[in-house]
Ligand binder design. Structure first.
Ligand SMILES: N[C@@H](CCC(=O)N[C@@H](CS)C(=O)NCC(=O)O)C(=O)O
Length: 230
């Protein structure tokens, strides 16, 4: 059974979606990033960057403990032989769109969420403007791709789609509407209808909707506690 260390954020949800899509047995170990549980030494052993998600797979050959959601998705795709072509050009199509999410869409959406909603009364117009525009540019890139192909990696649904989808879901928090990107909207609705995606989105759902920052969560996520070396 795979242990999934997670919290209900897009980076955690991509892994629960993949585990559900593959029908793998897993158990969720909550890491409450608002309470600072990402800094626990036992978790840092598995995830040295102090970020969710991470997995431990005792049935890996050899047993595997890993962090970084993109690497975890590749690992699970290779373990199961699903949702990523095993060789050739089609494999690199999937990998390049996965890296687009890891290096572009995810970090830029994260900054848009931060500057648009998390400044606690210290709004910085430059940050809001920059990350709203940059996420809009990235949605334009996706919209063009999805006008040419059914899925980001090509004809088939893949880990690249699973990586992007949970970030597109809160698009409004980034200052955009799916109706303005019709191909993204078609793709988003298609994936939303998958039962495994609905099940994956149940990940710790009881902790989801509360976006209110407390002094404790602000300190853990953005204060000196965050930047201490461990
Ligand atoms: N590149 C990493 C990013 C992971 C990440 O940023 N996780 C966030 C939640 S979405 C986190 O653990 N934040 C805790 C913190 O900032 O202290 C991945 O894709 O796994």
């Amino acid at each position: 059974m795979i242990d999934l260390y997670a919290w209900p954020t897009p980076n955690g949800q991509k892994i629960s979606i993949m585990l559900e899509e593959c029908g793998l047995d897993y158990r969720v170990i909550p890491v409450d990033i608002n309470k600072g549980e990402q800094f626990n030494p036992d978790f840092i052993e598995i995830s040295p960057n102090g970020r969710i998600p991470a997995i431990v797979d005792p049935d890996g050959n050899p047993p595997v403990a890993m962090f970084e959601s993109g690497a975890i998705l590749i690992y699970l795709a290779e373990k199961t032989g699903r949702f990523m072509p095993q060789s050739g050009a089609a494999r690199y199509q999937v990998l390049q769109w996965l890296m687009f999410q890891m290096g572009g869409l995810g970090p830029m959406c994260g900054q848009a969420h931060h500057f648009r909603q998390r400044m606690g009364g210290a709004e910085i117009p430059y940050g809001i403007d920059r990350y709203t525009k940059e996420t809009g540019r990235l949605y334009g890139v996706m919209d063009k791709r999805l006008g040419d192909a059914a899925y980001l990696g090509g004809d088939d649904y893949s880990i690249a789609d699973m990586a992007c989808w949970p970030w597109v879901r809160p698009m409004r928090r980034q200052g955009h509407e799916r109706d303005d990107f019709p191909n993204v909207k078609r793709w988003f609705d298609d994936i939303a209808a998958r039962p495994a995606v609905a099940r994956g989105m149940e990940l710790l759902a009881e902790h989801r909707g509360n976006k209110t920052m407390t002094d404790e969560s602000r300190e853990n996520l953005f204060g000196d506690t965050q930047f201490k070396s461990r």
